[in-house]
Structure formats: structure tokens, C-alpha cells
Design a protein around this ligand. Structure first.
Ligand code: DP6
Length: 360
């Protein structure tokens, strides 16, 4: 028989940003974070994992190209943890079950979006890798009649070993990654704050400003920030804990105005912290800043007229914007972004204007 499983995981976009590690090996963060996972039919990674006693080595293909599996690296730690769970929870309990944990793996992962697009491909990638191997090993049952032997939060601990933000893609909807306090990391896991159906009118518009690969990687950038930024220490202690509480309440209440204010403020503080790093890190470009100005102006006009905001921008470690808005405003926001940037066919936007409507 063939031992193989295929699963998908979507990209998630943080509203409260993860930036800084207290442990670089276990990938333990300096603050909690919160994100929205895009729906399965938008930006996602799909991974197939196969175990076979005849495989002479473990191989990973990313979009068809063989990836180097560094000894002692993140990928190896993820695989070791999944094998340990398979041994302890499945093989040790049933001597007749095949010892998949002793066999090599072939893992093939594909993104349905360009990897170079500067969009969070490591988050969906490590989440899909973790869930596919967990399914292969019988750790996560997708058959509701069968009991599963690991929870999504437990699997988030494994995905976290691959890339911090990946732990949040194990859940759909609104997801918190709790900072935790244990030095071994068992309480630094993802939990679902609310499912997607709780607030189905929430949309994420992914605006690709520049699809070139970013200058400073998240991993090295945040390490430099931890080493040099005093503003980060203020953010960790005095800002994020209150913001986490406030945004969770905004989500529970479906209070878009509060959600939007917190999301924009946190994106801006994250980029301020990047600038406070020595040497400074610049992720936003002129187009990013123009998008901020347009959304701020839209919100100002809307607030004067209706007392409510219409959109919230957020930017990760690159110039691309994600604009959160509710269903009734999606058409207007897309039209306005296109109208305010008539240079859309020429530079600096790629041609064609690449705006995914990532329905939540
Ligand atoms: C700005 O998860 O890519 O997107 O843990 O080193 O793999 P590593 O970093 P990564 O960092 C993501 C940073 C961010 C904010 C966020 O997603 O919360």
C-alpha cells in the first residue's frame, strides 16, 4: 500500500505583528501576535508527503525544485518532531503498525502564487508541510469518525519550528499566537480567536506593489531589531499586550473601526521599529506610503460623513499592501486604489495590476 497524504494551508496576514525572537532555535517570539488566515481558495501552499521504505534519502521539492535540507536546520527540526510524535503516539501503542517514522520521506510543495512575490510563503509552506506529514503519520484525522491524536494547536508548535508565522496558518479565521513563557516553548502556540464564519464580510485585498524579493529577510531583520532597538522593548512591554486584548474584543464585537485603528497602528509601529534598528531597515517604498495616504484620506472622509472607517492597511517585511475592508466596500476600495494610481500599467505597479481579492 502507498503511504501518502496531501493537504493545503493558506497564507495568513498579521494585524498585530510578530517581530523579534527570545529563542532563535525554538523560534519563540518576544510578543504575541494575531492574524487573519485567507480562505482556502486564495493564496495557499499544497503539500504532498509520501513515506516509503525504499527511499534512500528524504527529499523536499519546492515548486518542483529540490531544496537543501540543512543538518540541524528548521526543516530537520520539524521532521524530527513529527517522527517523535508518530513513534510515541502511534507506533509504540501498536506493534503491528508500519514504522513510518523510520522511513525516508518525499515531500513536494507548491504555492499557487509566485514565491518571489514577497508574500508570506514560509507561513503557508511550513503549515502545509506540517499538516501533510501529520496526516501521513495518522496524527491528525480528517475523518470525523476517527479520533485525532493531535490538536491543531499542538501541530502549530511543530509549524512554529519551521517559521514563526507558520503556526498561525494551522487555523482558519482569526488566530492568535500566544507569546508563552516557558523556555522550552510548549505554551507558545496558536489558538483560534474566532472562525471565519464569525465575521464573513471581512475581506483582505492583496495589493502587489513589487514582486521582487525583499532586501532584508524577516529572520535576520528581527534579530537585528532585538539586538539594537530600544523602541522594540517599549512595544513588547507597553503596547502589544493591551493591543492583543483590544483587537480580540474588536473581532468578537465585529467592530470594524476598532479593528482598523489597531491594525494600522500596529503596522506603523512595526515599521517604526524596523527604522529604529541599527542599521535601519526600510520595507515600505513610495507606493506603499501613497497607499497609506489614500486609505487615511478615505477613512477621514468616511468618518466625517458616516462616523465609520472603511479600510485598514497593513504591511509586512516588504512594500506590498494588504487592505482589510468589509464586503460592502470591496468594489469601491479596488476602484479607488486603481484610480489613485493611474500609473498602474506603467511602473511602479507590475502589469497587469496584481490585486487579489482574498475573500476571507
Ligand atoms: C513581518 O515568520 O517569516 O510577517 O520566524 O524567522 O521564519 P521567522 O519569521 P517570519 O516573520 C514574519 C514577520 C511578519 C509579521 C507577522 O507575520 O506576524
Amino acid at each position: 500500500s502507498v503511504f501518502q497524504a496531501t493537504t493545503s494551508a493558506p497564507v495568513n496576514i498579521a494585524c498585530i505583528k510578530y517581530w523579534g525572537k527570545r529563542d532563535n532555535t525554538l523560534i519563540l517570539p518576544t510578543n504575541s501576535s494575531l492574524s487573519i488566515t485567507l480562505s482556502q481558495d486564495h493564496l495557499r501552499s499544497t503539500t504532498t508527503a509520501r513515506a516509503d521504505p525504499t527511499f534512500t534519502e528524504t527529499t523536499l521539492w519546492l515548486n518542483g525544485k529540490v531544496e537543501d535540507i540543512k543538518s540541524g536546520g528548521r526543516l530537520e527540526r520539524c521532521l524530527a518532531q513529527l517522527k517523535k510524535m508518530r513513534r510515541e503516539r502511534i507506533e509504540a501503542k501498536d506493534p503491528n503498525t508500519p514504522k513510518l517514522s523510520e522511513w525516508n520521506l518525499h515531500v513536494a510543495s507548491f504555492n499557487n502564487f509566485p514565491t518571489a512575490a514577497g508574500l508570506a510563503s514560509s507561513a503557508s509552506g511550513f503549515a502545509a508541510l506540517t499538516s501533510s506529514i501529520a496526516a501521513l503519520y495518522g496524527l491528525s484525522s480528517f475523518d470525523p469518525s476517527k479520533p485525532s491524536v493531535s490538536s491543531p494547536s499542538e501541530l502549530s508548535l511543530v509549524a512554529r519550528l519551521g517559521s514563526g508565522s507558520a503556526c498561525r496558518s494551522l487555523f482558519g479565521g482569526f488566530v492568535a499566537w500566544e507569546v508563552g513563557s516557558s523556555p522550552t516553548g510548549e505554551d507558545s502556540l496558536a489558538v483560534q480567536v474566532a472562525p471565519q464564519e464569525h465575521w464573513p464580510t471581512m475581506h483582505a485585498l492583496i495589493c502587489v506593489v513589487n514582486d521582487a524579493k525583499k532586501g532584508t529577510s524577516s529572520t535576520s531583520g528581527m534579530q537585528r531589531t532585538v539586538e539594537t532597538s530600544a523602541l522594540l522593548q517599549h512595544r513588547i512591554k507597553n503596547v502589544v499586550p493591551a493591543r492583543m486584548q483590544a483587537i480580540e474584543k474588536a473581532i468578537k464585537d465585529k467592530d470594524f473601526d476598532s479593528f482598523a485603528r489597531i491594525t494600522m497602528a500596529d503596522s506603523n509601529q512595526f515599521h517604526a521599529v524596523a527604522l529604529d534598528t541599527a542599521p535601519p531597515i526600510f520595507y515600505l517604498n513610495d507606493v506603499s506610503r501613497s497607499i497609506i495616504a489614500v486609505v487615511e484620506e478615505l477613512n477621514r472622509v468616511s468618518y466625517e460623513k458616516t462616523g465609520h472607517l472603511v479600510a485598514a492597511y497593513t504591511f509586512d517585511a516588504g512594500p506590498n499592501a494588504v487592505v482589510y475592508t468589509e464586503s460592502r466596500n470591496v468594489k469601491q476600495i479596488i476602484e479607488i486604489i486603481v484610480r489613485y494610481f493611474p500609473q498602474v500599467e506603467s511602473s511602479p505597479f507590475p502589469d497587469p495590476f496584481n490585486l487579489f481579492s482574498g475573500s476571507q
